[in-house]
Ligand binder design. Structure first.
Ligand code: PFF
Length: 455
């Protein structure tokens, strides 16, 4: 049976951009940029996107479209049924499973904040009280599980709808709304007194603020934010027509993702500076600092509703792609129906997410923290984003660059593309620049290479 395809080019672009644009752009990027001193970190991040993310995105879309399959089957078709490369596909499915389990918890916080904003939760509260609401929420296991289940149900419902009537349809609705909300919030920020300071913080690189650990974080984040290294783009590529230009699609998706991450910074930092808050508040930046700031602006509760809706929508279009990787795997390899695959895998992911939802409640799973120094949520995030995604991306680059048949790769790269002449340059980057950089990054992480004196 012919594989289902996206109904339109714009539908695919919005779905792929929807996968890329998520909590990583709006919640995580501003806070890690803030913690790492701003401009210089942003610069390294931009270089990582262009030099590592972009070539791997082409490779993933190409593997997906070339094989018309989800990750495990894709490697089995390209490298052979018995090949060990299938493990890369399996790493992808496992990574999707793990990321979605805690991603949904953060998305649940956004839903909770939408509701709180509708109820004007900052009214008559001091900044300390507003801040402490987030701590109360993350310590409330029951509430977290509630929102986690709601978010997973919505995600499962959309994935059951299928590629066209679920993923594509909802991406076409949610992404434009998300963009409009972003623009409204950026315009509001332009009129804040701290706007110039915000711009300077994001765009003026102060190299002295950059640490080696910051560089590693920037490279790692490039994978997370572009949804690379676990086969999400590969799976979305498998629904692409041979007429599409993979190079152009990759440029568009990478650019949109970067644009939106920078816009999120332009929303957050001007308001943070206008009120004299520190930019390096860490993970609480969006959930603690921003509500305090909104509480002091006229019309702030409306802005607050918009901001958390933005976060929830961004999270939803990404979550769909995470679940789609796992679902498509079971459809392709076990012949399950979409409904069965999405329901079973989605429920398992929900259950696996429960310890993450309970991670803020200190009395549960505290042994975990004693054993691994991080709570369950942070352990999963650390494992998936620091190790599994970069490793998956590195292996895909090595496979496509060195092991796949060059003629097949060339044919798929040039198929439908105006940029076929860039094949040699792309292959060079994929063969040398990407693996060398990634191996160095991973060696630093393992500690075989040292990050500066005694750090
Ligand atoms: N790119 C998403 C974000 O920035 O929030 C997260 C993500 C989605 C990572 C899908 C990986 C993935 F396959």
């Amino acid at each position: 049976m012919a594989r289902v395809q996206w109904a339109s080019r714009i539908g695919f672009v919005l779905a792929a951009a929807g996968s890329a644009v998520g909590l990583g752009n709006i919640w995580k990027f501003p806070y890690i940029a803030g913690v790492n001193g701003g401009g210089a970190f942003v610069l390294i991040y931009l270089v990582s996107i262009a030099l590592i993310g972009f070539p791997i995105m082409i490779a993933e879309l190409l593997l997906g479209r070339g094989t018309q399959s989800s990750p495990v089957m894709a490697f089995s078709k390209m490298a052979g049924e018995e090949s060990n490369w299938k493990a890369v596909g399996w790493i992808g499915v496992a990574t999707g499973f793990i990321i979605l389990s805690y991603y949904s918890v953060v998305a649940g916080w956004s839903l909770n904040y939408v509701l709180m904003s509708i109820c004007d939760f900052t009214n008559d509260k001091s900044p300390e009280q507003i801040n402490s609401l987030f701590d109360t929420l993350s310590a409330s296991g029951g509430i977290n599980i509630f929102w986690h289940s709601i978010f997973m149900l919505i995600t499962i419902g959309i994935v059951i709808g299928g590629v066209r009537k679920g993923i594509e349809k909802w991406s076409k609705i949610l992404m434009p709304v998300l963009f409009v909300i972003l623009v409204v919030l950026v315009v509001r920020s332009i009129f804040m007194p701290g706007f110039m300071q915000g711009i300077e913080f994001v765009f003026a690189p102060d190299l002295s603020a950059l640490t080696a650990a910051g560089v590693l974080e920037a490279v790692g984040h490039a994978f997370f934010t572009l949804s690379l290294g676990m086969g999400a783009m590969l799976t979305y590529g498998s629904y692409l027509s041979k007429k599409e230009d993979l190079v152009k699609a990759s440029v568009v998706v990478c650019s949109l993702d970067t644009l939106i991450a920078l816009m999120a910074c332009l929303i957050i930092f001007p308001i943070v500076f206008s009120f004299g808050f520190a930019p390096n508040a860490g993970p609480g930046l969006a959930f603690k600092t921003i509500p305090v700031v909104f509480s002091q602006i006229i019309g702030g509760s409306l802005l607050s509703i918009l901001f958390f809706l933005l976060l929830a929508f961004a999270a939803l279009t990404s979550a769909i792609s995470l679940l789609e990787v796992v679902t498509a795997h079971f459809i392709d390899s076990l012949g399950w129906t979409r409904k069965k695959a999405a329901l079973i895998t989605g429920s398992l992911i929900f259950m696996f997410g429960i310890p993450s939802a309970l991670s803020g409640s200190k009395w549960i799973f505290s042994e975990w923290e004693d054993l691994f120094t991080k709570n369950f949520f942070d352990t999963m995030d650390y494992l998936a984003t620091n190790w599994m995604l970069p490793l998956g991306g590195l292996l895909m680059a090595i496979y496509v660059g060195w092991f796949a048949k060059k003629a097949t790769i060339r044919a798929e790269f040039t198929q439908g593309s105006k940029y076929g002449s860039l094949f040699g340059a792309w292959l060079f980057v994929l063969r040398f620049i990407v693996p060398i950089t990634m191996v160095v990054v991973l060696l630093y992480k393992v500690g075989i290479l040292q990050v500066g004196p005694e750090s």
